[in-house]
Design a protein around this ligand. Sequence first.
Ligand code: SF4
Length: 322
Amino acid sequence: MSMLEVRDLGVAFGAVQPLSDVSFSVGKGETLGLVGESGSGKSLTAMSVMGLLPLIGGRITAGAVEFDGQDLTKLPEKAYRKLRGGRIGLITQNPMTSLDPLQKIGPQVDAVAVLHLRMTRAEARARTVEILGTLRIPEPALICERYPHQMSGGMKQRIVIAMALAANPAVLIADEPTTALDVTVQAQIIRLLDDLVKSRDLALVLITHDMSVVAQVCDKVVVMYAGRAVERGSVEAIFERPRHPYTQALIGCIPRGLEGTERLTGIEGTVPTVMNYPSGCPFHPRCPRAEPICAREVPAFSTGGDSAAACHFAEVGHAKPA
Ligand code: SF4
């Protein structure tokens, strides 16, 4: 059963429409990867789910965001506040945007359970120590007495994950959770999130531009480009039989070990800004397979096997990248 379902989501800032027709669902014990280059609309999708668009002047203009069967687009802000940071948790890219540098770690994590689970301070502290221990943080009771600046980047990100877990969420949205960390720590955090999904039956939306991370931990994938979902499917289908040229290009950018002499292909050009979204298929200015129809008509999704791609020529099947 889906814990979070986004259907045909559209978002506008005044007359500007940065997101259109974004759909995906994620169930308990499942990880969905939301991938694409910077500027493809991944974080805006997360903000829409979290009900944060009004803070930056945006609004949902189309579609639905359902959490556990409840349409969040109709939820008043007061009810949203209970859900946000409670049943739906958010892990951001930079831990310092979630942590107060002037407050000790313990009280910051305790506050989540006090607010969302109505625990006493003592109960919340016991829970904080237990969660920090689960996240393999050594000497958790001692860590509660430290300040964020006394901890490494990886440790700070674990504290942010602890804050997200403290309210017993059903859905976690992790927005580029490892981008600000060292490579060695990145792998630990990704493994930790994967363990949590399985041990706590969480539904995880993992936002990343790193296809190799997606291949390691995701069950399903949605590829985004210029504010649209352009391909979606099981992780096997996306990596074994990518049907959209943009997905193929992203996979072509993954380094494949040291043994080969193969060169990384890269993707020509840049992601268009929201003020310059191209007509027709948004990928056409960069697509090596573009035909005249691509600049004129937005491609509809065509389904094949366990994936669907928005490309005029997806159904004829493009070759898998070398
Ligand atoms: Fe390329 Fe055309 Fe397919 Fe868009 S619709 S991805 S431009 S072939």
